[in-house]
Write a new protein. Structure first.
Length: 459
């Protein structure tokens, strides 16, 4: 058993002082007591550690390499995607494991306790399966064992190159599975997860998008989650780009969110990734289903996706989670900041996501903790007995945090956050980050450098 004591802590009861937290050997919080005498590891500020709700780990190795204009003189999400396809053609299982370990280490050092990996790189470059169907998924699991991060693994179903059912293109061959092949992938990945991953690991299902999966298979996603993924969550890319909206509308007579609302059994078990292209009516209706909006503000800005309607969504009771997606920058505070600042720029306002009784930083942080845990199938995202000990300690000696209390700490973290604020991080009780750095940092970085040196010169 580990014992922590914090002068200030944000619990399910709100802010509490002199909080004693017991962490059981199974990684869950055993007891929480306010007003306790100092004992064990003594901290100034203890928070629930959020979930990183959407990641494509392999894209981390592309960071900084895709900022030139194409031959046409213009660049967009679609030209970026072509570069990404060219890059992934070179990736081996060893590359993927080394890159995933670096990504997960950086997530932990940023304050995330869990990696939700939207994993679609399944096969060899020519599209042939590896000898074991879950070879690449097993490498994500191996990386999580190395880093100690909580893992929600989402094997992705990818069938077609578009709504017209066209075959996958050259850059997409590594993604594709028929429904039977996908079921087999879920079975083998689930077995590997149960045998080799930590007990807090979760598996869900991820139909890639309305463009890439047949309607009948999209409707079956919750059945697959129940039967082959232990009741894990369902994630899907939805309404990210205008061209995507136009393609779905032309094929099915409805915009993507409109179609999903009418055709899919949406519920709080679903996480709708991006949703940057919604009408006000779609925003309100989707929020009412209880589905979580999986937002990736840094990547959405980088790719020119558009601005999520966060004010209307949250005012409608919508749940949110954040993810680092392309992993060009892994930062909780920056994701929070870009989310709120995008609303300010659009509406020419300040403190856009604050409410009448809650500051912007507190409202966003509460939202990503609760919604992220839901999207990861990982409890409630609070400091409470029985929950996973996913915990984040801030260094209150930091120049921008000193002397602050309560919600103002979260505002400072969200809007002035920078390296050095995160002090300690626990994932299911595993104390992986101490004094700002991961326990295995040097080893993980050395393996990443060795694996990717040639990759980063060839793109």
């Amino acid at each position: 058993m580990q014992v922590l004591w914090a002068r200030q802590a944000l619990t399910e009861e709100g802010w509490q002082s002199d909080l004693r937290v017991e962490i059981n050997a199974d990684g869950r919080i055993g007891a929480v007591e306010a007003g306790a005498a100092p004992e064990g590891l003594q901290l100034e500020m203890l928070l629930p550690a959020p979930v990183n709700a959407h990641s494509h780990a392999f894209q981390r190795a592309m960071a900084g390499l895709t900022e030139r204009r194409g031959q046409s003189g213009q660049d967009s999400f679609w030209t970026w995607r072509r570069l990404m396809y060219r890059f992934l053609e070179q990736l081996t299982p060893d590359h993927v494991e080394a890159i995933a370990a670096l990504v997960q280490m950086e997530m932990l050092e940023a304050g995330y306790a869990t990696n939700v990996e939207f994993h679609y790189l399944h096969h060899q470059p020519d599209g042939r399966p590896y000898d074991r169907p879950d070879e690449m998924a097993a490498r994500i699991i191996a990386a999580a064992n190395e880093t100690g991060i909580g893992l929600t693994l989402l094997p992705v179903q990818y069938q077609f190159g578009g709504c017209d059912g066209r075959a996958l293109g050259a850059g997409q061959r590594r993604f594709g599975n028929t429904p039977d092949q996908y079921a087999r992938l879920l079975q083998t990945t689930g077995e590997t997860l149960r045998r080799h991953a930590s007990p807090d690991s979760v598996m869900g299902v991820a139909p890639h998008s309305i463009r890439a999966v047949a309607p009948e298979d999209l409707r079956r996603a919750p059945v697959l989650a129940a039967e082959l993924a232990g009741g894990g969550p369902v994630h899907i890319h939805i309404a990210e780009q205008i061209a995507e909206v136009e393609e779905v509308q032309a094929a099915y007579g409805a915009r993507p969110v409109e179609w999903a609302l009418g055709e899919l059994p949406l519920s709080p078990d679903w996480c709708m990734i991006h949703a940057t292209q919604m009408t006000p009516q779609e925003t309100k209706a989707l929020a009412a289903t209880g589905a979580v909006a999986g937002l990736c503000p840094i990547t959405e800005s980088s790719l020119g996706d558009g601005i999520f309607d966060g004010v209307r969504w949250m005012d409608s009771g919508g749940k949110i989670a954040i993810g680092s997606d392309s992993n060009i920058l892994i930062s909780i505070d920056e994701e929070m900041r870009v989310l709120d600042h995008s609303q300010r720029l659009r509406d020419r306002s300040r403190a856009a996501l604050a409410s009448a009784d809650c500051s912007a930083g507190r409202r966003i942080f509460d939202g990503i903790c609760h919604g992220g845990a839901r999207a990861a199938g990982r409890g409630r995202g609070v400091i409470a007995a029985g929950e996973w000990a996913d915990l984040l300690s801030l260094d209150m000696t930091h120049i921008d945090l000193g002397e602050l209390t309560g919600d103002t700490v979260l505002d400072a973290f969200a809007f002035t956050g920078r390296h050095g604020m995160v002090q300690h991080v626990w994932s299911a009780g595993r104390h992986m980050v101490r004094d700002g750095y991961h326990r295995h940092r040097d080893r993980i970085i050395a393996a990443y450098r060795s694996a990717t040196r040639q990759l980063r010169t060839d793109i």
